[in-house]
Design a protein around this ligand. Sequence first.
Ligand SMILES: C[S@@+](CC[C@H](N)C(=O)[O-])C[C@H]1O[C@@H](n2cnc3c(N)ncnc32)[C@H](O)[C@@H]1O
Length: 290
Amino acid sequence: MAAEAKQTCYEGSSVQSFQFYLEQSGEHKAILQCVHSILPGEFKRIGAGKSDLSVLGVGSGGGELDVQMLSLLQSSFPAVPITADIVEGSSQLTANFKALVAKTTNLQKTPFAWHIMNSEDYEEEVKSKGDMKRFDFIHMVQMLYYVDNLGKTIKFYHSLLKNNGRLMIIIEAAGGGWDTLWKTYKKELCVDAITEYRSSAEVVACLKSQGLKYEEHTIHNAFDITECFDPNSATGERLLNFMTAKDHFYQSFTQEIRAGMLDLLRNKCSTEKDGRVFFNSNLSCILVYA
Ligand SMILES: C[S@@+](CC[C@H](N)C(=O)[O-])C[C@H]1O[C@@H](n2cnc3c(N)ncnc32)[C@H](O)[C@@H]1O
């Protein structure tokens, strides 16, 4: 990627904001439920008859989900050696991931190759070397918002799949709360790391245009954003910061835009129950066939 390219990988305040969001949103718990219900069957198909297995995680962050998926794969094929490659440009999150691996007993024998760079640089590096390592399972969880070119990225990672392999993409669901917020306020929000908001709709359109075979599963999730409507709530502001990708929600938008966003969040992106407001953060899990 060119030197002047935008910085999309999380460092500093983005890392803290993301970790706060994970604590508040229950997102990993919802994803893990899906992983545990879908992946055992997928892994059986992927690994059938193979003498070694290779996994690639792209935009893996702190690796909380990777560690679970690798453990699941290992328990499906206890006698088969597994390698893990990770493409993640955030040095802070990679350090967290390494620390997590160090304390995960069953992964001590799994070799990890750490590619601390963004996906675009990895793609360039692999193509220039010409010897592409191929993978049985590639996953991209909540990261496709940040890549320069969606179609090119999907095509590249799909080309790295081994026979019978799967590419798993997890992304916000079409028509969900995030999709509604970011598309309604595109002009105000799509200005920094994310220049074009993508949900499962854009990914599915791209897979169709490339003629790739896939299946899609909905991951249901909702989280309490009631505090966002209290201007004195620090929790509310921190959630709004992450949801709008800003460091300071109240200083980043005019009073009119803020009021419009809050109204949209309450009335178009959420449901109310027992006086609490629950934001619709359904995700889509898309499994692309080799
Ligand atoms: C929302 S987080 C998701 C992290 C992890 N997959 C999870 O679900 O916990 C997005 C991740 O993508 C990484 N990222 C952003 N832009 C990227 C790029 N161009 N290439 C690779 N990773 C990127 C960020 O550093 C961050 O770790």
